[in-house]
Design a protein around this ligand. Sequence first.
Ligand code: COA
Length: 378
Amino acid sequence: MSANTGLEGIIVGQSNLGWIDGENGELTYVGYDIDDLARHTTFEEVAYLLWNLRLPNQAELDALKAELAAENELNDYILDMVRSFPRDSDSMAALRTAVSALALTDPEANDNSDAANRRKSIRLTAKIPTIIAAFDRSRKGLPIVAPRKDLSIAGNFLYMLNGEEADDLRVRTLDVALVLHAEHGMNASTFAARVTAGTLSDLYSAVVSAIGTLKGASHGGANMRVMEMLVEIDNSGVEPGEWVRHALETKGGRVMGFGHRVYKATDPRATVLRELADQIMEGQDTKWLRLSDQVRETMAQEMEARGRKVYPNVDFFSASVYTTLGIDLDLFTPIFALARITGWTAHLFEQYANNRLIRPEVDYIGPRGLKVVPIENR
Ligand SMILES: CC(C)(COP(=O)(O)OP(=O)(O)OC[C@H]1O[C@@H](n2cnc3c(N)ncnc32)[C@H](O)[C@@H]1OP(=O)(O)O)[C@@H](O)C(=O)NCCC(=O)NCCS
């Protein structure tokens, strides 16, 4: 038996949700092209699509929005907990902890029925933006802003972060970013969620596993690292191309925001985000976009010279888009979770509906046949 340590190419189950054609740079959710969804739907419509495998009509969308609005507040237990977090807490650790705590006051936490799981998914999707915004305000010593009932998830999130309503372009920009991040097939955090659910553990535990997995720099943590890199380049005074070439030689050969396990062509989400970045930065200081372009051009030349299919991924442009929206760098990955909760939970519905324990094997390479020597003789 030989080991496939990254599990690439291994099919671990069936799904109706995200489908990726990595060679041609295509992504669909339930059969709809991501570009079409990003241009013509909202995040709430995509949540409905992932949870019900079809787009909603107006009445169904209104009903979902009402259910989300009814669940977007945090109880005092969670609010006090978020207020008690150390101000320098890692933002993903804070989110992971608060989401785990939500289970403690949810009487349905251990009910694995499909109906209860759907209700919990609405609660989580409604409450995660409120948790992130409350954490951000609290650590800055600002009063926590209660969620509104009349705003979209994207609009409400920006409102709770800043204490004032954002303009339509900003809301739409974040909304599109959420659509783009909602689902992505059997990515690492979705896999982690499904592995946890596969033991018949509860939906909250599965989502906590997913958040912990998303946190890593090779997955959701990359968007934050991209911005750190752009700031580092800006502060270094070094020409961006030269900085990239140096990084390729010295930093383990990795430049954040490039490469993908599945895409061997341009990540289609990056294309949509690039357009958004252009729109939102129009008339503003386009420093980050300029820097991004220089990094991208150098990477294209360097990767071509090395014969590698490495292209910008979604995180590359989301970093400058979120920065232009005035969002703190360490909230980028929590925002990814805010969007991906819909994909995670949709996968969990599939997992619970057709469950089998996920339990692979390891290629054992250690010693065999040893005998225990009494402790006094070791
Ligand atoms: C996402 C990622 C972990 C995928 O890794 P993977 O599927 O294991 O890909 P590999 O490590 O096998 O990379 C294949 C080749 O491309 C190169 N490569 C991949 N990503 C690269 C990057 N970001 N910068 C430079 N080279 C890269 C590798 O060096 C490797 O070259 P080699 O075959 O000559 O050794 C990897 O691309 C990465 O670390 N990217 C940066 C972090 C990031 O942006 N993550 C977000 C993903 S949405």
